[in-house]
Design a protein around this ligand. Sequence first.
Ligand SMILES: Nc1ncnc2c1ncn2[C@@H]1O[C@H](COP(=O)(O)OP(=O)(O)OP(=O)(O)O)[C@@H](O)[C@H]1O
Length: 653
Amino acid sequence: MDGSYSLKPEEQAKGTSFKQSFKRVKGDVWDSGEGLCEPSCSLSVNNISYTVSERLGPWWDIPSYRKRWTRQILNDVSFHVDSGQIMGILGNSGSGKTTLLDAISGRIGSSGVLLGEVFINGRKLKREEYQDCFSYVLQSDNLLSYLTVEETLTYTAQLALRKHSDEAIKKKVSAVMAELSLTHVAHSVIGGRIFAGISGGERRRVSIACQLLQDPKVILLDEPTTGLDSMTANQIVVLLAQLARRDRIVVVTIHQPRSELFRVFSKIAIMSRGELVFCGEPEEMVNFFSQCGYECPEYCNPFDIYVDFTSVDTRSSEREAATMNRMHEIASSYQRSDINRRMLAQIEQSLQKSDKPDIPFKSKESPSGAAKLEVLLRRTVRNLSRDRMGVLMRLSQNLIYGLFVAFFVMRLDLDVSKGAIQDRIGIIYQSIGASPYTGMLNAVALFPALRAIGDQESQDGLYSKWQMFLAYVFHILPFSVLSVFIFTSFLYWTIGMNPDTLRFLCYTAVVMVPHIVGELLTVVLLGVVQDPNMVNTGVALLNIAGILVGSGFLRSTQQMPEVFQWLSYLTFQKYSCELLIVTEFYDLNFSCNASQLLPGACVVNQGNQIIEQGYPGALSRFTLDFILLYAFLPALLLLGMISFKIRDRIIRH
Ligand SMILES: Nc1ncnc2c1ncn2[C@@H]1O[C@H](COP(=O)(O)OP(=O)(O)OP(=O)(O)O)[C@@H](O)[C@H]1O
């Protein structure tokens, strides 16, 4: 399977070669073309039901909103698959295919009630063992755009199998790439929305390859062909059949497979309204539907026809009643059929076996928490460092903002009558007020994609979501420091702030915190709020509130009601503004050309007067203010870890 991937001509012609080269010989013994082999593993799903409690109406219709009803999403679903087999789950939209996979892979939300059991080799799986046993490939490919295929797989292998030597990991990655025909694109980048990389089908294969690194016996795939053209979709299904043939169980939900894939599947399950209306071999399906009186017309795709026969049409109440009856009629025929009886007997047989093989868990020699963090950090840095626009954006945003300010202010004066005091206060206000926004913009643009990857990989058991959060925070620090340093170096000296190197360093150290806090706060909120736009708005409002209450510029702190005075202690703006006022105004003397001004306009002509009148005691609190300001960073790190632990509970995948 090295090199370019294509269907063999005879497969393209008939789509039957798999079944022919992979015949059922006797009972559960399969000929894989490499000699007869007993299935080494079996998956039995027994009476899985899932119900959720839903509100009757929308929130604006209060009476119905207060009432709840119980909705059955899955209803007593049972099936049995042996290793070597690929089972395709079909059904119209909303029939419960994804929920079924979520249920058997342990990724179902805690919002409903899940009943039923899952057995591997006749041994009952505990709920907490589901994820250690099954690999789950989601519908969307969550991959880092700037990594190559080989790098992507190597980092995943390092996260999953760190205890292996580098050499062993390299071999494993090469083997998986060969198995999935990815060797020819090993050094190509994955690509993203704004730049081209490998094709959609190859990306899907990389997602599957990431799962294969842990040697799962059971692979579940949710709509792996969605978004692919029909030829590529076929190739993916054929590839999955080949993976199954190598002694694995593959269960795949699929929309509208092409008819030539009919015989590629070992088993086909059809779902409708949460019920399994049929589950059996392709030939059995044709006979079953014919016996029910629903023949597949010649030249029609049996998949489409049988899904149509079992779907409920809700376009009118008459159609709904008629199609619902038909669906129930087919489902009960299946329940009474020999096909179903045989399948139940297979489940029973595997449960009764005296010498049950062990449960084949995925390879999981996880590295320590610190080692995982190190891999995540390396991976994130490498991805960002190749993102030219991302790096440029990070480094230049603050500087561009500094250019606006410098252009507007030009050069600070020492004459009070020429705005010496007002301009300096304005610069401090802008430095503190605006820098959180640039941090926020970075996080909103770059973090959601990483969050999606973190969600998936943490569900795969590779690491915890808070580790991804920490890796993100650590990887932005050097960029943030550099970006703020470029900004302050330019602005401070260009507009002529207090010309003292130590004061410049203090100014830089202070402005650094709001910028990092802006990004950190955004990431913390993105842990518990899914929508980046809401987080955007939330952080912007919090920043506005913070600068109003904390800066003392709009209203002096002493004049504020007591509650706001207390609240100001919770804002980083209070400490940073106090610090910058001291840094700029301490021991600075102004001139005043009083002849052009009203009498008394030159009363304030020393920087120390500004400090004492506006921020009494700020001079003595200088060190304390610094400590309190910098305390916001570890506090937000802690909050972030809590936020991503909460995310573990609220987001299932
Ligand atoms: N936690 C839940 N709460 C409420 N409804 C749910 C929940 N989970 C699933 N559903 C509903 O169950 C039905 C089945 O959803 P599911 O995603 O499994 O369908 P599907 O067959 O995979 O559909 P599609 O092919 O469109 O992806 C849908 O109507 C969905 O809205």
